[in-house]
Design a protein around this ligand. Structure first.
Ligand SMILES: C[S@@+](CC[C@H](N)C(=O)[O-])C[C@H]1O[C@@H](n2cnc3c(N)ncnc32)[C@H](O)[C@@H]1O
Length: 287
């Protein structure tokens, strides 16, 4: 399983500039960040950095991140002076190599170390920050990942979780698909487009997803409850249901200042107000 997941993510080393999905839209990331930190600033995960810096009130020494990919979020923590050093864990060799390359290019290569392997077995160090950014939902055992996170933290250290809490294996519920396709109907009617529709999940789509990337959201539906049990903390819902399901369809089709993007964001906020969300944020300090 670990090898297949690593190989899948090897193929997904993209340029940060691609307009591929919600994370490459300033309007979408600004809406996300506003829910996380109260500031509608653009930039993927920037709201998390703002919230962490404000809560910690001082630069943190060493941080660790599992499933860090090309390390963009971790590099930003270093560049913003929020953390002194970051250790990254990955299954994908290509993504870890890309993390090293980008860190070096940005002048923080000495402060970022990217390792390949099983962090839960091999990482026994202690840290001032454990961060999960859209990677906790890839873990095969959420309880193990959270217990490890708490154990790795120094007293007073911070655990930051910015992640996906939606349906397991990204198999959208029937009502989610129908809701999102109605949003697409409205956009098509307003702009004369013929955007592709979201397909319903079934046993085949579930199996295909499992085969494509065995690490994709095996237990995402259990994460909020596990956080409550391990940390005694609640997850702040930040939205994402509409942005997550439709981002890959709508964002590539329109420039960011187009009213269709504003409609996408508005639909996402309306879903959040109705208690429907995929993404959540938790910041917790170890006593
Ligand atoms: C959705 S990506 C997120 C990457 C990064 N955190 C980001 O936000 O750009 C999930 C990453 O988790 C990695 N991954 C999956 N299972 C893993 C595991 N057990 N240990 C370490 N990394 C893992 C994948 O290779 C992939 O790069």
């Amino acid at each position: 399983m670990a090898t297949t997941a690593g190989q899948f993510w090897d193929k997904h080393v993209r340029d940060a500039g691609d307009r591929v999905n919600w994370w490459s839209s300033d309007a979408c990331t600004a809406a996300y960040n506003e829910q996380v930190c109260g500031q509608a600033v653009p930039g993927n995960s920037r709201g998390c950095r703002i919230a962490l810096a404000a809560a910690a009130g001082r630069p943190l020494g060493r941080g660790v991140s599992v499933g860090a990919g090309a390390g963009d979020k971790e590099r930003a923590l270093l560049l913003d002076g929020i953390v002194g050093e970051m250790r990254l864990w990955e299954l994908s060799e290509a993504r870890a190599a890309e993390a090293r390359r980008r860190a070096k290019a940005d002048g923080v290569g000495e402060r970022l170390e990217a390792r390949i392997g099983n962090a839960f077995v091999e990482e026994t160090g202690s840290f001032d920050l454990v961060t999960w950014d859209h990677s906790l939902h890839h873990m095969p055992d959420i309880d193990q990942a959270l217990a490890w996170s708490v154990e790795r933290l120094n007293p007073g250290g911070w655990l930051m979780i910015n992640d996906y809490f939606g349906p397991n294996r990204l198999q959208w519920r029937r009502d989610e698909v129908e809701h999102c396709n109605r949003v697409l109907d409205d956009i098509d009617r307003a702009h004369g487009t013929k955007l592709r529709r979201v397909r319903h999940s079934n046993i085949l789509t579930r199996l295909r997803m499992r085969h494509r990337d065995p690490s994709e959201a095996p237990h995402s539906e259990k994460i909020a409850d596990a956080i409550r049990r391990h940390l005694g903390a609640a997850v702040t819902p930040v939205g994402g249901l509409v942005m997550n399901i439709l981002g890959g369809i709508v964002v590539p089709a329109f420039p960011d200042d187009h009213s269709a993007i504003a409609a996408l964001v508005a639909a996402d906020r309306a879903a959040l107000a109705q208690g429907q969300w995929h993404f959540g944020f938790t910041l917790w300090q170890k006593p």
